[in-house]
Design a protein around this ligand. Sequence first.
Ligand code: PLP
Length: 357
Amino acid sequence: VFNFSAGPAVLPRDVLLTVQDELVDWHGSGMCVMEMSHRGREFTQIIHEAEADLRKLLNIPSNYRVLFMQGGAHFQFSMLPLNLSREGDTVDYVNTGHWSKIAIKEARRFANVLIAASGEESHFSSIPAEASWQRSANAAYLHYCSNETIGGVEFPFIPHSEVPLICDMSSNILSRPVDVSKFGLIYAGAQKNIGPSGLTLVIVREDLLGHARPSTPTMLDYSVHADAESLYNTPPTFGIYVAGMVFKWLLEQGGLAAIEQVNIEKAALLYEAIDASNGFYTCPVEKPFRSRMNVPFMLHDDALDDAFLGDAKAAGLLQLKGHRSVGGMRASIYNAMTLDGVQTLASFMREFARTHG
Ligand code: PLP
């Protein structure tokens, strides 16, 4: 089967098979990774290798710290204002859809939020040109979401910013090379392109650490996790182990430049199937902002939705139902989705349109 889940999402098959092989006896230790002390020699090797491989993949500069955390991207929505702004500060947010809005709502609990730009007018089918963005004079930071998982809107550029640039990269991290030095902080829930849910990745520039508000709970202070090298409390050890193997798998694929080429090819196949369907399928997102990771599409008649999903399932194409807030379909095609899987879906879509058009 091919699984198009938006997350938790499909993992590379080779990684899963290695996990299976190593499950009860990791590298001759006689232990499963789930059974190891997070401070023992074996796990220390696992977490160090995972960080080193991630640094290699993203070419992370030495003045950035990598934190393996918990709480999902949602925890980051409140950690950001607590750590990077003071009471009364203004923070700038770009609103490109569902996840931006949730980040904004949470930030409003702690700071004055200026919406620097919003895609609302275009019903989140595009991203306003950067020249039109309004920025506050003394923003503590600028936040955006590089890929809206639900709406299928992806930034084709990295915004320019004089203040620390913060990015929710939950659903397109590691899908293409990215210049980490342009960011103050990058965060991502693991469950799309990294590994199992429960792990959250944070990459933060060192000078942004150590400024948490005095009332910040210990667990929400980035510097606590940085000082403890992600071992302040028991980290999600199994998730870190699987993420480490995903990083190795990506390096074996040729790194992010190589995986980007595959991702471009996969996305093109699906958008072509949509655009060439004479209106049988439509994608609500304007072409320059179409996501390579999450491809939303509607059938011209939503009475056909159930038949589409039922036939797709019978053909081994799973989890294509769109998010409940938008309806229609969504195919999530993260790094681990194979070209073969996308070709199979594109052929299925053409055949379904031919027989139901
Ligand atoms: N941000 C984006 C872009 C997402 O796709 C998601 C959903 O998984 C989240 C944030 C929320 O992540 P979590 O469930 O890990 O808190």
